[in-house]
Design a protein around this ligand. Structure first.
Ligand code: MN3
Length: 213
């Protein structure tokens, strides 16, 4: 088996006007597909790292975290495996007709970690705006169900970067590579971030939080 591009869970134009259809189509069918293709090319000759019913790209990230990827393909797995993991996750935490805020247990956890939802939004936005070059910003939960905001460069992510022995599980993530917003927002990354808050699938984020605890 080889890694495959997951189907987008909504139409390319479903996140309009916040994220435009052309950006979504290029981002999914070209950028994400390229990560998948280059990951598969890197893994040729490594049958133990191919996906199966028990192994997916998040399993592969864990192998990277534990130093179990051969050195000759480690950078390729970090870049293209990371790209495949990050985008597979990213499509799922967005949705059309999204609610504006989380509710229930997740809302309480955010209030307790950051003071209020608006304070969390402010800090996450500030972090996303400050990523230098290409990267991601994440809301992560740890072994004690604490929530914190973290950044990664390029296509790195908390699954591969977490300390061995710790469980750092992203429940929300934002792609701030220019390819994610440049067609519509040009150089105005803050406008893209502001629009992105309108398309978050809080039900999915809450599900990820409940599963990670
Ligand atoms: Mn991207």
């Amino acid at each position: 088996m080889a890694y495959e591009l997951p189907k987008l869970p909504y139409a390319y134009d479903a996140l309009e006007p916040y994220i435009d259809a052309e950006t979504m189509e290029l981002h999914h069918s070209k950028h994400h597909q390229t990560y998948v293709d280059k990951l598969n090319a890197a893994l040729e000759g490594h049958p133990d790292l191919q996906p199966d019913d028990a192994k997916d790209v998040f399993w592969l990230m864990n192998e990277l975290k534990f130093g179990r990827i051969p050195a000759v393909i480690e950078t390729a797995v970090r870049n293209h495996g990371g790209g495949h993991a990050n985008h597979s996750f990213f499509w799922e935490i967005m949705a059309p007709d999204a609610s504006s805020e989380p509710t229930g247990e997740l809302a309480e956890a955010i209030n307790s970690a950051f003071g209020s939802f608006s304070e969390f939004q402010r800090k996450f936005t500030e972090s996303a705006a400050s990523v230098f070059g290409s990267g991601w910003v994440w809301l992560v939960t740890d072994n004690d169900a604490n929530l914190f905001i973290t950044q990664t460069k390029n296509q790195e992510n908390p699954w591969m970067n977490g300390e061995v022995g710790s469980q750092e599980v992203p429940i929300l993530g934002l792609d701030v590579w220019e390819h994610a917003y440049y067609l519509k927002y040009r150089n105005k990354r803050p406008d893209y971030i502001e629009a992105w808050w309108k398309v978050i699938n809080w039900a999915k984020v809450a599900e990820l939080y409940a599963a990670a605890k």
